[in-house]
Design a protein around this ligand. Sequence first.
Ligand code: M6R
Length: 612
Amino acid sequence: MCGIVGYVGRAEAMGTILEALGRLEYRGYDSAGMAVLNGRAIQVCKRTGKLKVLAETLRAKPLAGTVGIGHTRWATHGEPSEANAHPHTDCRGELSVVHNGIIENYAPLKARLLEQGHRFRSHTDTEVIAHLIEEYAKHAPLPSAFRRALKDLQGSYALCVLFRREPGRLFGARKGSPLIVGVGKGEALFASDVTAFLDRTRTVVYLNDDEVVELAAKGPTITTLAGKAVTRKSSTVSWDVSAARKEGYDHFMLKEIHEQPQAIEQTLFNRLDVGRRRIAFDRRTQRFLDRISAQEKIVIIACGTAYHAGLVGEYMLEEFARLPVDVDFASEFRYRGPMLDRRTTVIAITQSGETADTLAGVRLAKRKGANVLAICNVMGSSIAREADAVLYTHAGPEIAVASTKAYTAQLTALLLVTLALAKAHGRVRPEAWKRLLAELGRLPDLVRQALATEPALEEIAAKYARARNFYYLGRRYNYPSALEGALKLKEICPLIHAEGYAAGEMKHGPISLIRQGWPVVFVAPRTPVSEKVISNIEEVRARRGTCLVVASEGDDDISRYADSLVRVPRTDELFSPVLVAVPLQLLAYHIARANECDIDQPPNLAKSVTVE
Ligand code: M6R
């Protein structure tokens, strides 16, 4: 999705903003632009395509000045073009705006502004904001006009505004879309994502919805939309800037796949104590979990990969903690009138903590009196702050659009919650408890071993790289693994259609497509239903499909049915989704690589989906 940067300080704004926008490239975008104030006028430069096109133009004709705003745009209203790229300006060049989100009432606002004589240059919803401020500024000072304009906007926004007549300051506001302030030495920044300015400062100030910020080099002054002063402490981000660099890997995705053992260790850190046979959480989360009764209903909401983690969580929580669980796409949950009350626990799973549908689901759940636990990776994100308790996955920044380490960290967090609840509700015997905790503690090592499948997968990927359709099949805990494997492949290799199914569903329709050579990936670690999976493999082979099997080490029964085979360490079914995720990610990665796809930034996709 779009990225926002604003800079005010002593350094040249152009270079600083370009670097920061570079760190937001991973979010996905189709055009970029910036506006810099040179003391007399606001100079704007915009280009379609990659950021390097903008950088080349700016190198030839630099914009001088120490205050400015920048943007990477992911088109929603109006095609990707220079005119539609941000920043947008008013009629007279008095101000410039960058915006993330969607202004839902832009059409009536635009009609009104056109009648009042404003001239529009783009087809975006954003441009109305510039003209609206200009209109109100006819009768009020600019900062008041900004506040007045915000009151007219419906929808979601993170905004950054540069005024020609306010040289040492930027203005910002947020509602439903992330905007963060970074405070450095003699400089301050706005960004939609903390990774944008990690190299300049790790001191951040998180903003809430309906807050307005005046940003000077010494820091922010925050007020509510109604003009009331807000006191907000700064926080320190623990992420290191090196975590947001490729560090020798060809792609962020590959780096993040290999970071999974550490990511899982970080999720378990300070929570799992194998020696003392204990799982414990920070005080707030522990209190939250202690309140969950054995009669509680659990609803998990999430999108995309996080939704697949939620589906695995359903198997875990129902089987081990014996709690009834529903899992919903956040985008469906919020529109289907879910039945929730004080005895419902909603678990919102999200890497970014900013996914618009998940955030709306959290707000709906809270309005209905449910208790909300977030499983989230990004500290200080909107969902983390709005939930009643948060279990951070601590997987470190995930830059590649395709989620990998965040997924296995989410599974690990769900394992912790499941086992803690199973213990609290007396659902697990002491011997089993001891064994399960020991196995959970071994997960990082088991994932390290699973990573050793990479050379084999590279070869397998070369063999299947020309195929254009794949099925992924699994059962029980690994049915969601099949969905996730298919999502990984179609996401980063848009030439390929991949579909995940519950293996038992195959003969209810999808099998009709199987023909000679059609690749079917069986996610089939050793489980109590392995025999059933073997029958499904037989059915595919009978139709001359090609079977690529992800099996457990030592499982010779299944191996003999495989055209291609990779093995992951043997473990309980409960933990197996974490292990099988690794070869499925690597398979997708190497197939995409063989097809020369843009792996970290697949076309049309964005890292964090902050619009509905
Ligand atoms: O940040 P979130 O976990 O809320 O994001 C949810 C999905 O948008 C995300 O998982 C998406 O499906 C990934 N690109 C999948 O790899």
